[in-house]
Design a protein around this ligand. Structure first.
Ligand SMILES: *Cc1c(COP(=O)(O)O)cnc(C)c1O
Length: 367
């Protein structure tokens, strides 16, 4: 198979150790050897999420499965959910919450701006019976980071805090316990350097309590965290067949991340991200995310006037084997989303991309 340099909004390139783990023989989901690998994976996830939450595990499915697991387990019909919306993924949260039968209160910010945490808190004060406040930490549609730490005060209320760290985890600091996050989900194929297929999630003791006290079962049987917890926890009761090889791959990827060190990984993402952002600005690109809230691992940028976005992007793929992402929504056809995540977050990635862009010229035909 052809090898791509994956610089889109995910998937990113997998670490070599992860590909090695994927090539190992398949284990059964109740094999004691596999179960100890699963326990160790959960332990590694606790280190990466910075949490002591017992219910910390990889959900079968991509990041959206983790999102859905949090919402369907924590919301019941008639509940109120306060949701920050400043891009595609906040919008997706609203749709998932709506399908749970919840009433959604949107706290919006323009695409490219962060969500003001004070506005979420004010909305919660005005609606103290709201079941959840939910916010995307790293908006992959715009490259914006929203502040989570000020929301830890929700711990003093009856409202739970759900945070999407699909693009954040491994690339920028995430601190589940210190930020008072009750339900947090991520994805393997962004800054963790593992192929798509699993969604690491973690739930606080009070989120677990909420699930136990539901008046009706979660509408999703597959994502029911009570049932899944009986397999991941001491009971080891079969629920669905765990994707054992993907969990081995995640185990290996988390090993690479923890060996490097979280601080070192954040510093690496920061350094290559600023290298890319200044190189793009030098070439006439305009960064979409507000200054001070720019993610290093995902850069959304308007192409210079007169560029042929789609032709150039296709030429990068066909001629240079480099994948970058197009813009979503109002950004389609005019902007790029360039990811430098996990194993893709290396100075050589920036050099290869910039060299290719310079060689192609902005209309996508060779200079
Ligand atoms: C990618 C992403 C998701 C969805 O993950 P999938 O793996 O595509 O299901 C959710 N939230 C954010 C912020 C993402 O970047």
């Amino acid at each position: 198979m052809i090898e791509r340099l994956l610089l889109g909004p995910g998937p990113s390139n997998a670490y070599p150790e992860v590909l090695e783990a994927l090539s190992q023989p398949v284990l059964g989901h109740l094999d004691p050897v596999f179960l100890s690998l699963l326990d160790e994976t959960s332990e590694r996830l606790r280190s990466v999420f910075k949490t002591s939450n017992a219910l910390t595990l990889p959900i079968s499915g991509t990041g959206s499965a983790g999102m859905e697991a949090c919402f369907v387990n924590l919301l019941e019909p008639g509940d109120t959910g306060i949701i920050g919306v400043n891009g595609v993924f906040g919008e997706r949260m609203c749709e998932v919450a709506r399908r749970c039968g919840a009433e959604v209160l949107r706290v919006e910010a323009p695409w490219g701006d962060p969500i003001d945490p004070q506005r979420l808190l004010d909305t919660q004060s005005a609606n103290p019976r709201a079941r959840v406040v939910a916010v995307v930490h790293a908006e992959t549609s715009t490259g914006v980071e929203s502040e989570i730490a000020p929301l830890s005060i929700l711990q003093e209320t009856d409202t739970l805090l759900i945070v999407d760290t699909v693009t954040g985890l491994g690339g920028v600091p995430v601190n589940v316990d210190a930020w008072g996050v009750d339900a947090c989900y991520s994805g393997t194929q962004k800054c963790l350097g593992v192929p798509p297929g699993l969604s690491p999630i973690t739930l606080s003791p009070r989120a677990v309590e909420r699930i136990k006290n539901r008046s009706i079962p979660a509408q999703s049987w597959y994502l029911d965290l009570g049932l899944i917890g009986d397999y991941v926890g001491a009971a080891r009761k079969y629920h669905h067949t765990a994707p054992t090889s993907m969990i081995a791959a995640l185990h290996a990827g988390l090993g690479v991340l923890l060996d490097e060190g979280l601080e070192a990984s954040w510093a690496r993402h920061r350094s290559v991200g600023s290298q890319l952002q200044s190189s793009l600005v030098e070439r006439g690109f305009k960064l979409i995310a507000q200054d001070g809230y720019r993610l290093p691992q995902l850069t959304a940028a308007w192409l210079p006037e007169g560029s042929d976005e789609a032709t150039l992007r296709r030429a990068l793929l066909d001629g240079w084997s480099i994948e970058v992402g197009g813009g979503l929504g109002a950004f389609a056809g005019k902007a790029w989303r360039v990811g430098l995540m996990g194993h893709s977050a290396r100075p050589e990635s920036v050099e290869r991309l910039i060299n290719a862009v310079d060689a192609l010229g902005l209309n996508g035909s060779l200079n």
